[in-house]
Design a protein around this ligand. Structure first.
Ligand code: GUN
Length: 285
C-alpha cells in the first residue's frame, strides 16, 4: 500500500506555476491576478480562502480578497462580479461556495466572465469539459487526475466508481475519468447496492461529504482509493469520506485527509489562473 502524498505533488505543480509566472512577468510584464470573493462567516470557507491567498503569494500572483458580510444582497454580489469582470489586472474570479442561503449561486456563477472562471463552474466551461475541448479544468477533479498521473496510475480500461454527483466534484470527476478511457459509474443516494458497486472499483473516488462513509467491505483488494471528503468525525476531528485506518491495507494506493486531494485543488486553481492570464493576453505557449 502506498499513500499518495498530495502535498508533495501539489508543491511540484506550484513550483512549475511559479517558474512560468516568473517568465510571464519577465517576458511580458504580466502578473496573474486572482480575486477571491467570500460572503458571510462559514469557517471552512475562511480556511479555504486563506489557503488560496497563501498559494497565490507563493507562486507570485497578485491576489485580492473581497470579504462581504452575510447580509450582502444578490444585486451587490452581482455588481461586484461585474466590476471584477471588467478589471484588467484580475484574470481569475473565484466566488467561494457555499453562499448564504438567500443568494442564488447559479446566477452568480453565470455572471462570471467564462474567461475568468478559474473554477470552471460556468455553463460554458462545463459544456466545454463535456466536449473535451476545455481551457480550464475543474480544480478538484483535475487535482485528482494530476495525482494519478504523478503516481503512474493508469485509468484506461479500469472500473472507476465515483460516489457523489455534485456539479463541483462528482459529475466533472466522472467526465475526466471517461476522457482517459475509464469505465465510469456514478453512485449517489438512490443507488441500489452501493457497497457492492463500489466493491468492483479499480479506482474508487469518494465525494459524498459523509465522514468515514467508505468502509473496508466496499473496497476491492488492490484498489486505488481517492478521498475527496473534508468531514469531521464524532470527536470533531478532521477526516475524509473514507474510513482510512480500516481501508488502507486493502488498497494499492490511497489518499489521506488532510494532505491528499485538498492541496491538489489549490494547485489546479493556480494552474488555471496562470492559463487565464496567458489566454487573456493572447499568449499561447
Ligand atoms: N467550495 C468548495 N470547493 C470549492 C471550489 O473548488 N471552488 C469554490 N469556489 N468553492 C468551493
Amino acid at each position: 500500500m502506498q499513500i499518495i502524498d498530495g502535498k508533495k505533488v501539489s508543491a511540484q505543480v506550484k513550483e512549475e506555476v511559479k517558474n512560468q509566472t516568473l517568465e510571464l512577468i519577465e517576458k511580458h510584464g504580466i502578473t496573474p491576478g486572482l480575486a477571491v470573493v467570500i460572503v458571510g462567516n462559514d469557517s471552512a470557507s475562511r480556511v479555504y480562502v486563506n489557503n488560496k491567498k497563501k498559494a497565490c503569494e507563493a507562486v507570485g500572483f497578485k491576489s485580492e480578497e473581497y470579504a462581504l458580510p452575510e447580509q450582502t444582497t444578490q444585486e451587490e454580489l452581482l455588481s461586484l462580479v461585474k466590476t471584477l469582470n471588467e478589471k484588467a489586472d484580475i484574470n481569475g474570479i473565484l466566488v467561494q461556495l457555499p453562499l448564504p442561503k438567500h443568494l442564488d449561486d447559479k446566477a452568480v456563477i453565470e455572471a462570471i466572465n467564462p474567461e475568468k472562471d478559474v473554477d470552471a463552474f460556468h455553463a460554458v466551461n462545463v459544456g466545454k469539459i463535456m466536449l473535451g475541448e476545455y481551457d480550464f479544468l475543474p480544480c478538484t477533479p483535475a487535482g485528482v487526475m494530476e495525482m494519478l498521473h504523478s503516481y503512474d496510475i493508469s485509468v484506461s480500461g479500469k472500473n472507476c466508481v465515483v460516489i457523489g454527483r455534485s456539479n463541483i466534484v462528482g459529475k466533472p470527476m466522472a467526465m475526466l475519468l471517461l476522457h482517459e478511457n475509464g469505465t465510469v459509474t456514478i453512485c449517489h443516494s438512490r443507488t441500489k447496492n452501493l457497497a457492492e458497486v463500489c466493491s468492483h472499483a479499480d479506482i474508487l473516488v469518494a465525494a459524498v461529504g459523509k465522514p468515514k462513509f467508505v468502509t473496508a467491505d466496499m473496497v476491492k483488494e488492490g484498489a486505488v482509493v481517492i478521498d475527496v471528503g473534508m468531514d469531521r468525525d464524532e470527536n470533531g476531528k478532521l477526516c475524509g469520506d473514507v474510513d482510512f485506518e480500516n481501508v488502507k491495507d486493502k488498497c494499492s494506493f490511497i489518499t489521506p485527509v488532510p494532505g491528499g486531494v485538498g492541496p491538489m485543488t489549490i494547485a489546479t486553481l493556480m494552474k488555471n489562473t496562470l492559463k487565464a492570464a496567458k489566454l487573456q493576453n493572447n499568449i499561447f505557449d
